[in-house]
Write a protein that binds this ligand. Structure first.
Ligand code: PLP
Length: 418
């Protein structure tokens, strides 16, 4: 399948990948005597120096707990933490800081909604719609909820390319549908879903939409007011920030209606043994001491991404995707799984009957890091009738030369097994 090449546009971008690579110290290391070729960015991204330095400065100079102290360090830590929230609000084009909740990551953000929205609005016989390409994080929380409530989980089908069948999705909607929860970009196939259209359809039936943005935020421009979804979840570590920090965006009017998620410090306004009243947004959903340094590091990461430019990143990564698709398609034994027209820079593939774990092991001996397995999408593997894939996922610090090295290493694998 052909995609437009953007060579001329990329050339115009003034984007120098070799300069970018200097910002990521880990890319200089070697693995098993070979230069590291890191193509496991969908699992987690590497961190730029600015993020590493920002987090170390915090512990060297600024460490303190937030929101509670009158002393200087506590006030500074609070300021940096809340400043990060402002950076995220701007990055997502949310309407206010109250709509930005810090969580541990995408998984916790989705569980937060399953627990709070679920407790308040999901009753016996109600329906929740997801799709066939969801990550387990956007399947299991809804299964747990449906089991508890006697609700029904419906699954929107996809076609052979790995594209959501929007008409089929719409046909699943009934008067019992209470929530649509969909992945923005598939971690296994790369497919980018038409979230704006899905939101329009769902809203025309009065149904709120949650979006799992774990694989979208680092690749394409994200605008909450344009997408108009009700909830949006993502993880810091997949967008060049630290692990253990993530975000739940929620529209203020909806978050206001939801009960708290966890109880403890910071989420309260006042406590007596008779009755507790809850804090305002966003603190109502941030019980206990949060991952302060993680939040600050995430703010730094998004500032870095904004400086490079999300549009620039998207264009360059599309160029990498086009090149990798072309180069890998030339290998007869290789079949790409996931050939949607709109894709992020992910290529999942199978190599005849060679098990992906063997592929991954041989590639590792060449210094090439890829992911092999079901990628937390077992139902999707079943849909394509395969046990696992090898997945190469590219970031804007990857190069065409690295794609050539991947291609050569895959040919070596084929030779070993022939
Ligand atoms: N959703 C998608 C699409 C993902 O790719 C991932 C992680 O791979 C997750 C959810 C879960 O993210 P985390 O483990 O950071 O919570």
């Amino acid at each position: 399948m052909e995609r437009d090449t953007n060579l001329a546009e990329v050339a115009k971008l003034n984007f120098d990948v070799e300069n970018i690579r200097k910002d990521f110290p880990i890319l200089n290391r070697s693995i098993k005597g070979k230069p590291l070729v890191y193509l496991d960015n969908a699992a987690t991204t590497q961190k730029p120096k600015s993020v590493i330095e920002r987090t170390s400065t915090y512990y060297l100079n600024e460490n303190s707990n937030i929101h509670r102290g009158v002393h200087t360090l506590s006030q500074l830590a609070t300021e940096y933490y809340e400043n990060s929230r402002s950076i995220i609000k701007k990055f997502l084009n949310a309407s206010s800081n109250e709509e930005i909740i810090f969580t541990r990551g995408t998984t916790e953000s989705i569980n937060l909604i399953a627990n709070t929205f679920g407790r308040k609005f999901i009753k016996e016989g109600d329906e929740i719609i997801i799709s066939h390409m969801e990550h387990h994080s956007n399947i299991v929380p809804w299964q747990i909820l449906c089991e508890e409530r006697g609700a029904i989980l419906k699954v929107a089908p996809i076609n052979e390319h790995g594209e959501l069948l929007i008409d089929e999705f719409e046909r699943l909607i009934t008067s019992k549908t209470k929530l649509v929860s969909l992945i923005h970009a598939s971690n296994t196939l790369g497919t980018i879903n038409l979230i704006k259209k899905i939101t329009e359809i769902s809203h025309s039936h009065g149904i709120p939409v949650l979006v799992d943005g774990a694989q979208a935020v680092s690749h394409i421009p994200i605008d909450m007011q344009d997408l108009d979804c009700d909830f949006y979840a993502f993880s810091g570590h997949k967008v060049y920030g630290p692990t253990g920090i993530g975000v739940l965006f929620g529209k203020k009017n909806l978050l206001d209606e939801l009960p708290p998620y966890q109880g403890g410090g910071d989420m309260i306004r006042s406590v007596t043994f008779e009755k507790t009243t809850y804090n305002d947004l966003p603190f109502k959903f941030e019980a206990g001491t949060p991952n302060i340094v993680g939040a600050i590091g995430l703010g730094e990461a998004l500032s870095y991404v904004s400086k490079v430019g999300v549009e620039t990143i998207a264009l360059y990564e599309q160029e990498l995707l086009n090149y990798a698709t072309k180069v890998l398609s030339e290998i007869n034994e290789l079949k790409i799984i996931g050939t949607a027209l709109e894709k992020t820079s992910i290529i999942s593939f199978v190599l005849k009957d060679i098990h992906p774990h063997d592929v991954g092991t041989i590639l590792d001996n060449e210094g090439i890091a890829v992911r092999t397995g079901h990628h937390c999408t077992q139902p999707l593997m079943k849909r394509f009738n395969i046990p696992a894939t090898t997945r190469a996922s590219f970031a804007f610090y990857n190069t065409k030369k690295e794609i050539d090295m991947l291609s050569e290493a895959i040919k070596k694998v084929i030779k070993v097994f022939s």
